[in-house]
Design a protein around this ligand. Structure first.
Ligand code: ADP
Length: 401
């Protein structure tokens, strides 16, 4: 079956058409600047040339229309008609406590997801606009929602409750939800395979280090703790997000800088993390690594803080699981930055970790980068959220036939 995977943001829409028999990507691309001047679609059919076309996209519906046209176009398309697309898999960010699994999307599901909007005001409404546009243009094609939060619904109470008045959990559902669940699930399962241990009896820590970053403890195939919280602001130092801090800092900054609460939160989300620590230099690890190699102190300290925080979470999750079999690095930074991996692993002597630097330099493939005698295995596993979404969609469509 061909499954169209859609990841819809407020002004962008990423798509991949995946053949679930071969698990190959038949075509992929993205629509940028939806609702803004200068919108364009980038389309890459497998084995063909990448095309970039400027085109008006006042709403997501026009964007989806352009995606459909590109996929079915007689010259550069990859399918003859929409009938060759068996289902659409949507990345949905927040499913609250309502969704512990992926689901076929219907009116009731849309309503339940809308009720989670206040937990992810930037993401969920945008995701749902994509769902609405697809339902309008492909009304007979099953749509499946795959939630970033779902995998973490197995966390025990002691991991998801904050030290706040319990009534806030009861009244407002303030708790840890966690994100990147599709990636943590996919990567941890691949890690168990790579280590040749049964997933149902394994202790794995996944470090998803991209622009947004989170660490998850996966015990016996289930998430038991994760570093992101009610929102994706908690946990690691990220591209532009602060991660963990003393909550009293918020008022302190507001007073010192004469800013509102909303302005301070904007700073914590957009101007902090790697960007902030480097003194506004960059949020991108490629620039940081180059500057650090050239001896620039702002880059060196930023990488040090970033790696230290990752190592601290690995320590915490090793304790939470009473041990760890394997530690995985994934996403943009985790897959590409051997400097970050090396720095994190320097803290892991107590786990008997030793790294094979030759293997650590390999890119773009699943690989164990620790030495054969390393007591704990360390791996790089490229994440593939789109494939994971396509697999979920296929399973649900088959189960509902
Ligand atoms: P997201 O999906 O959260 O936007 P990604 O997982 O794509 O993020 O990661 C993006 C980040 O990965 C970039 O900001 C950059 O810091 C880092 N990155 C990408 N390629 C490299 C590379 N070759 N070396 C080091 N870091 C890289």
């Amino acid at each position: 079956m061909n499954i169209l995977v859609i990841n819809c943001g407020s002004s962008s829409l990423k798509f991949q058409l995946i053949n679930t028999d071969s698990e190959e990507v038949i075509a992929k691309g993205l629509c940028e600047r939806i609702g803004i001047d200068g919108s364009r679609i980038v389309y890459s059919p497998a084995g063909g040339e990448k095309q970039i076309k400027e085109s008006d996209m006042p709403t997501h519906t026009e964007a989806i229309k352009l995606v459909i046209n590109a996929l079915t176009n007689s010259q550069t398309g990859v399918v003859k008609s929409l009938d060759e697309i068996g289902a659409i898999g949507h990345r949905l960010v927040h499913g609250g406590e309502k969704f512990a699994f992926s689901t076929i999307i219907n009116d009731e599901v849309i309503k339940a997801v809308e009720e989670c909007n206040e937990l992810a005001p930037l993401h969920n409404p945008a995701n749902l606009i994509g769902v609405a546009a697809c339902r309008e243009l492909m009304p007979n094609t099953p749509q499946v929602g795959v939630f970033d939060t779902a995998f973490h619904q197995t966390m025990p109470e002691e991991a998801y409750l904050y030290g706040l008045p319990y009534e806030y959990y009861e009244k407002y559902k303030i708790r840890r939800y966690g994100f990147h669940g599709t990636s943590h699930s996919y990567v941890s399962e691949r890690a168990a395979k790579l280590m040749q241990v049964p997933y149902e009896a394994s202790k794995i820590i996944v470090c998803h280090l991209g622009n947004g970053a989170s660490v998850t403890a996966v015990k016996n195939g289930k998430s038991i703790d994760t570093s992101m919280g009610l929102t994706p602001l908690e946990g690691l130092v990220m591209g532009t997000r602060s991660g963990d801090l003393d909550p009293a800092i918020i008022e302190f900054i507001a007073q010192k800088e004469n800013k509102t609460l909303a302005e301070v939160l904007q700073i914590l989300n957009k101007k902090s993390g790697v960007l902030g620590l480097s003194g506004g230099f960059t949020s991108d690890f490629r620039d940081l690594e180059e500057a650090s190699a050239a001896g620039k102190q702002n880059a060196i300290r930023t990488i040090n803080v970033f790696a230290y925080r990752v190592a601290k979470y690995i320590g915490a999750y090793t304790a939470a699981m009473n041990g760890v079999d394997g530690i995985c690095f994934t996403a943009g930074v985790g897959e590409n930055s051997h400097t970050v991996r090396t720095k994190v692993c320097e803290y892991l002597g107590y786990l008997g970790v030793t790294i094979d630097e030759e293997k650590n330099a390999v890119r773009g493939e699943e690989i164990i980068i620790s030495t054969p005698d390393s007591k704990t295995k360390v791996m790089v596993i490229p994440t593939n959220e789109e494939l994971a979404i396509a697999r979920e969609a296929l399973a649900l469509v088959n189960a509902n036939r």
